[in-house]
Design a protein around this ligand. Structure first.
Ligand code: BTN
Length: 260
């Protein structure tokens, strides 16, 4: 596999995101590093990329499996001039950007499992974790958008074997520098027009939950709901057994094997 390198990524960047770029072969967590850079004043669009993480983090305190030279792990520092509510669109925008970048560099079409996982044939290929610091005035001081993609993994640890996949398992091995550049450039294109919400059209068309019965999990609680739509704030529009529709803005959904 091509060595991950800033020189190989930079020529393919089309926007401001990634102009300031730090590349590591090993790091604890690109999100942790990017948060520290953001606290110390790093500009909008600065990026940290790594070929391996020793302490990759997922949502809800989970570990994100990040072995050497098998994936792509990157974090983007954003300084959004939008409300905290609108900043909730960053994660779904990133899901669309990564899906487009994968399609452009490999031809593989992935699905989006609300709100921020990319799936291929029913297994997770990519996770996204956005961590924001509020400015105390209803806005966002900075956000760190972290993206982890499984590229080469064929042998996942036993607990992941049934639920995780990689681009190699999908039959493709893209140059990770080109894939990184494509992700940064695609995200830049969406981000500059984030408030138009045009990307939500593609988010919906790639969604694997619309029209499905899913298990909605919040903390210890679980409820089976029907997903009717995804609204303009990326909330799920669902109904329970009483048929009354309601909105879901956080939590997780599980598809119970219904991927068709
Ligand atoms: C999830 O699936 O729960 C989110 C996973 C996010 C993983 C990425 S890898 C790059 C960045 N650095 C981290 O420590 N986490 C994110």
């Amino acid at each position: 596999m091509e060595k991950l390198s800033a020189q190989r990524i930079r020529p393919f960047l089309t926007g401001t995101i990634g102009k300031e770029l730090q590349v590591y072969q090993v790091i604890d967590s690109t999100n942790t590093a990017a948060k520290l850079l953001a606290k110390n004043g790093a500009p909008h669009g600065a990026v940290v990329i790594a070929a391996q993480q020793t302490a990759g983090r997922g949502r809800q305190g989970r570990i994100f499996y990040s072995p050497p030279d098998a994936g792509l792990y990157l974090s983007i520092i954003l300084r959004p001039h939008i409300s905290a509510e609108e900043s909730l669109l960053i994660t779904p925008a990133a899901a669309v950007a990564v899906a487009r970048a994968i399609a452009h560099t490999t031809g593989v079409q992935v699905q989006i499992k609300w709100v921020n996982d990319l799936y291929y044939q029913g297994k997770k290929l990519c996770g996204i974790l956005t961590e924001s610091a509020l400015d105390g005035y209803g806005g966002v001081a900075y956000a760190v958008l972290g993206i982890g993609i499984n590229l080469l993994n064929k042998n996942f640890p036993p607990e992941l074997q049934e639920i995780a996949t990689s681009l190699a398992a999908a039959g493709t091995q893209p140059d990770r520098n080109l894939l990184a550049a494509a992700i940064l450039s695609e995200f830049d294109k969406i981000y500059v027009h984030l408030e138009d919400k045009e990307f939500l059209e593609e988010y919906r068309s790639r969604s694997c939950v619309i029209g499905k019965q899913v298990a909605l999990v919040y903390g210890e609680k679980q409820q089976t709901v029907m997903v009717h739509a995804i609204d303009d704030h990326a909330n799920l529009v669902v109904s329970g057994t009483d048929g009354v529709p309601f909105l879901v803005g956080c939590g997780e959904v599980s598809l119970k094997g219904d991927w068709k």
